[in-house]
Design a protein around this ligand. Sequence first.
Ligand code: HEM
Length: 457
Amino acid sequence: MNDTGRAIAYASSLYLQRANTAYAGYIQRDPMALLRLGPGRANPYPIYDRIRERGTLVPTRLGNWMSPSHRVCDSVLRNRRFGVRSAGTGTPAEPDEFDLSFLEMNPPDHTRLRRLALPAFSPKAVAGYQDRITRTVGDLLDRACVAGEFDLVTGFAAPLPIAVITDLLGVPDADSSEFARYGAVIATALDGITSLRHAWRLQASDAALRRLFEKLFDLRRRVPRDDIISRLVAAGPDQVRPDEILPMCVLLLIAGFETTVNLIGNAVLALLDHPEQWQALCADPAAMAAKAVEETLRYDPPVQVTSRVALEPVDVDGKPVRMGQWVVTLIGAANRDPEAYDSPGTFDINRVTTADHLAFSSGIHYCIGQPLARLEATIALRMLAERMPGLSLAGAVRRRKTTTIRGPARLPVSTGARRRPSTPAPRPVPVADGAARSLPESGWTAGRPPGRQRQSR
Ligand code: HEM
């Protein structure tokens, strides 16, 4: 088949899958399909409640399982008889899928590569970022203050993690917006490829990002510094193969900003939706910011779902899961499980938690960037409350059109202070209307053998 023929076949399968999802969701009221459609994107929580009514481990339309239960999700994520890809499948799973390094690997490769990335996120290393984060937040708030009204996402929540992760990787400041721009496009693939045009944009961005990274690898081989890329290119092949370096950098780049931006966005949205909680934060920002971050991670987590495949037959909550079957762990649902939390639908930054939320997953894939994300979001909320206690919504909020990742794409706010017209608003940074995780049962790629990302389950 020539290129045009392949493109037509690919586009047809994409549109067929979209039609299948719409039919399954709107006509058959299938909850997994609904989560991928408008209602689930606007508010997935009522759909989770309906799944919960059916039990703690519920069969999916495509012959797998899903769980809204905190206890079951946690136990599946911790169970070494589950993996992130079926036994015996290599990387990458599909030609049009991005290789997300050790996020998509089972041990022993996962262990080897994760070990290499971990030192950059040690408590000592992360503490070393405190000043840089505080400075960046201060600069962004200075600009926002004089502008009076700004988009909290593009003017504040997005530039912060981009500055931090590009710094951590060792991307020169002058190139960071290019890395962020292409990274943001690639991140849109992680919730599924939606059209032929989307596929072409992804291909172009992938090639551009690859070129940027290759140039940077060359530079850091010649002029090493104290950053992740310098350490990766200096590591021996027993630690990391040359072809494994690029995917690891792409993973860190995307994971580093696509999630934290939504944590800050979801936190501000929840706080402004609950004015008494915003006031509680403003009354004591230093003490309450970290609590507000934790409650946001539970109440409205940026990553709503992940999944695991059984590497052998496993009994889960009294039900037999066959080898090769997937369990979709609904993080957003687990975090509002009434078995784990009192009044789970209430946003309360003074909550005394009885269970660890699953926003950063659990088990061997537990997020390595969580200390950094927590620090960034805590400093962001603390300084926002200190500097802008009169913050309020100043226009319509637009949500991202994604399911796996949840957060606002646009969050117009007013500082409550008068605007000086001559001062420019913060320069917007690129934000992907995209996602960082697969949502199974999507129907977008039905018929493929299951890989980890972007498949149906
Ligand atoms: C609020 C912000 C964040 C959230 C909600 C989040 C969430 C998650 C989740 C749910 C997973 C595990 C997925 C699974 O079990 O299948 C994960 C893994 C990961 N995260 Fe994060 N993340 C955040 C921030 C970050 C940051 C800032 C970085 C790096 C700079 C990062 C890097 C990673 C990496 C490398 C993995 C793969 C770990 C592994 O497979 O062993 N994350 N994250």
